[in-house]
Design a protein. Structure first.
Length: 203
């Protein structure tokens, strides 16, 4: 869907013009390889020239396409880590033994290596794994930063434990239903959500 906006300078018309925004498939280059992506394009309403409006947005879209192709952590997930564990960007880099601005660059949109991406994914998904890293690297950060982050991860682990206990109680209630076959779908959903494998055999 196109949308008319105003106004930006057009170098063909040599004046400020209104433009139409649309989406078009483009090829972008990263590390010498081409990747297709759906770009946001601004075209001058008068001459149809492509205008420099969405360069930053399109770079992000291209990088997202690269992340998806190579199974790298999403920018959204990267940016969620400091808040989740109450730790600063440069402090997290120090904790991990990385360069001082490494995580900050990833936070700003730079593409991580696959190795670093996998570490960040595991940190985000597994608070216990993060706690292990925090304990192992606490001498690399200040005592205040360590205590604040440890408190945050402990709260996450406590909340997760309470959630699992509640789900387990609900799970056991389902097992008491008269018709196991009728409840089968619900039971397996609860089993999956709390990390248990339920084996139901046909009789």
């Amino acid at each position: 869907m196109s949308q008319t906006k105003s106004c930006v300078f057009c170098y063909e018309c040599l004046e400020d013009v209104t433009y139409i925004t649309c989406r078009e498939e483009r090829l972008g280059s990263i590390k010498g390889k081409k990747y297709p992506y759906i770009a946001m394009i601004a075209r001058c309403k008068r001459c149809n020239e492509v205008l420099d409006v969405y360069n930053d947005e399109n770079l992000k879209i291209l990088y997202d396409a690269y992340r998806e192709k190579h199974n790298l952590i999403s920018l959204q997930t990267v940016r969620a880590i400091p808040g989740k564990y109450f730790i600063g960007k440069s402090v997290l880099s120090a904790l991990l033994g990385w360069g001082e601005v490494t995580f900050t660059r990833y936070f700003d949109g730079y593409l991580p290596t696959k190795q670093y991406s996998d570490i960040l994914v595991k940190i985000y998904e597994d608070p216990l794994y993060y706690l292990t890293i925090l304990e192992a690297g606490k001498n690399r950060i200040s005592e205040v930063a360590y205590r604040k982050s440890k408190r945050a991860v402990q709260e996450l682990l406590t909340a997760d434990s309470i959630s699992k206990e509640q789900k387990m109680r609900e799970f056991e209630d389902l097992l008491e239903k008269p018709s196991l076959k009728k409840a089968y779908k619900s039971i397996t959903e609860y089993a999956d959500s709390i990390g248990y494998e339920l084996m139901v055999r046909e009789r």
